[in-house]
Design a protein around this ligand. Structure first.
Ligand code: NAD
Length: 305
């Protein structure tokens, strides 16, 4: 396998003042990328601002001989994001790589969740990722090259008590990736998701010390670098932590075609074991693959239900 390098590439990494984002920014810069280190410098719940986290990561990159600029845009603010993209292009000429990593937590059970806490988390994670991608999309289309990663979470894919806002925002990125990986394909824009599990301030107090030592952000960054490399896949959900990597996939079971008297709620309940039977499950390449599959199954079972 040839060495993965990013010479001549420009990357924007959001939330790169700490944790995973910092590790990704350092990893990209170490392999030749020029990096826009974005961070609003907020606390874990998104309050406060103005820490010089982004500037200190830029200083680290420069000290190691790399090139980087700091940026304090709030990813939830589309105008500030546009200004960040404009500044990146003014400084480095173009942008090739976008790593959406900025994030906050406002955990509460849904019974206690205010709509404001729900919306704020969606604004940062989902709309923050939409804002950055929207500001860059035409630029990447025009250049015929782009690598985009959304940072999702097992909380969105599998569920985690007390994180309805975060889980919803993180899994909404899946729909964004699925569509953009198709729309971007002919422009060599590849869109993937990273689902990390890492020792950062986000997981502080949640994991025991042994686990925290295993889960250093640097053990995940190689996966991120692969997902934004020239050889990147597209439409992949890569899980990563402690140097382990895996793919999360969404399958549809083979299912059943119901007719006549069986096409009732009782018939669906009676067929539930078959509907949920994972043998012969398959990945759907796009939405219409599912529609065509049902048309085929219904026809094979005797035509119109
Ligand atoms: P972190 O708190 O160390 O880093 C997040 C960074 O994002 C902070 O530096 C913060 O200032 C910045 N940020 C927050 N809101 C911002 C905004 N509106 N605009 C710009 N910057 C903003 O946490 P982390 O664990 O490194 O998290 C990085 C990403 O990974 C997040 O999206 C998080 O949801 C995701 N994630 C982390 C874990 C984990 O185990 N740590 C698991 C799943 C997903």
């Amino acid at each position: 396998m040839s060495e993965v390098r990013f010479d001549g590439r420009v990357a924007i990494v959001t939330g790169a003042g700490a944790g995973l984002g910092r590790s990704h920014a350092l990893g990209l810069a170490a392999r030749g990328a020029k990096v826009v280190v974005n961070d609003l410098g907020v606390s874990r719940d998104g309050t406060g601002s103005g820490s010089d986290a982004a500037r200190s990561v830029v200083a680290e990159i420069r000290a190691a001989g790399g090139e980087a600029i700091a940026n304090g845009a709030n990813v939830a603010n589309a105008e500030q994001v546009q200004a960040m993209v404009d500044a990146a292009i003014a400084e480095f000429g173009h942008v090739d790589i976008l790593v959406n990593n900025a994030g906050i937590l406002r955990d509460k059970t849904f019974a206690k969740m205010t709509l404001e806490d729900f919306r704020t988390v969606v604004e940062v994670h989902l709309m923050g990722s939409v804002n950055t991608t929207h500001a860059l999309w035409q630029h990447m289309v025009a250049r015929g090259y782009g690598r985009i990663v959304y940072t999702t979470s097992s909380s969105g894919m599998y569920g985690n008590f007390g994180q309805s806002n975060y889980g919803a925002a993180k899994s909404a990125m899946l729909g964004l990736m699925n569509v953009l990986s198709q729309e971007g394909a002919k422009y060599d824009i590849r869109v993937n998701m990273l689902a990390p599990t890492a020792a950062t301030r986000m997981t502080e107090g949640l994991l025991n010390q042994d686990l925290l030592e295993l889960l250093q952000p640097e053990t995940i960054t190689p996966g991120l670098l692969a997902l934004v490399s020239e050889a990147a896949p597209t439409k992949m959900i890569m899980g990563g932590g402690a140097g382990c990597f895996a793919e999360t996939r969404i399958y549809e079971t083979e299912g059943v075609a119901l007719h006549g008297a069986d096409l009732t709620p009782e018939g669906v309940l009676a067929a539930m074991d078959k509907i949920r039977d994972p043998s012969n499950q398959q990945v759907m390449d796009n939405a219409f693959v599912q529609t065509r599959k049902y048309a085929r199954m219904a026809a094979a079972a005797g035509g119109l239900p």
